[in-house]
Design a protein around this ligand. Structure first.
Ligand code: SF4
Length: 155
């Protein structure tokens, strides 16, 4: 295998498909021509929020997503991908997972919390260090399978 063939980049869905995002969510897009990505092997993860809530969903924070059913959904959604990633790792490939900064689901290094429950007109939120719910489940599943990974947000 050549050097590029020894690494798999696993990317959050909307880094390669912006229409899956809620309107107004401003986050970077993967530049397929950049030296870091060009000629790399890429696995595109599914978008958990679009599948769970639909395309017309509204903005949401991590604390609102952090409940058993959404976590279970994320775990199940990721399992077939974990099966692939585990096998690539077993044949010696390096696994790098790239998240979306500030996402409550797919943030790898920074996520968003806040938003009181109930009838509110003013939706307050803040950005904190830490992963979103989907990425926490991804990391937990791969650690459980002893798969070595690098995790980072797209810069
Ligand atoms: S859930 Fe993840 S993939 Fe979907 S829009 Fe949000 S950050 Fe992107």
């Amino acid at each position: 295998m050549g050097n590029e063939a020894k690494e798999i980049i696993v990317v959050a869905h909307c880094l390669m498909n912006k229409p899956s995002r809620i309107l107004g969510f401003n986050a970077p897009i993967l530049d397929l021509t950049s030296a870091n990505v060009r000629c790399k092997n890429i696995i595109q993860l599914p978008c958990p929020e679009m599948i769970y809530f639909g395309i017309n969903r509204r903005e949401i924070t991590k604390d609102q997503l952090d409940h058993p059913n959404y976590r279970r959904f994320c775990r199940e959604l990721f399992k077939p991908f974990a099966d692939m990633i585990e096998q690539f790792a077993d044949v010696g490939m390096r696994i790098k997972i790239i998240g979306v900064p500030k996402s409550p689901s797919c943030g790898a290094e920074v996520t968003t919390i806040g938003g009181e429950g109930g009838c509110v007109t003013d939706f307050k939120h803040e950005h904190i260090a830490g992963a979103g719910v989907f990425f926490e489940e991804i990391e937990e599943e791969l650690v459980r399978r002893s798969v070595l990974i690098e995790l980072e947000d797209l810069k």
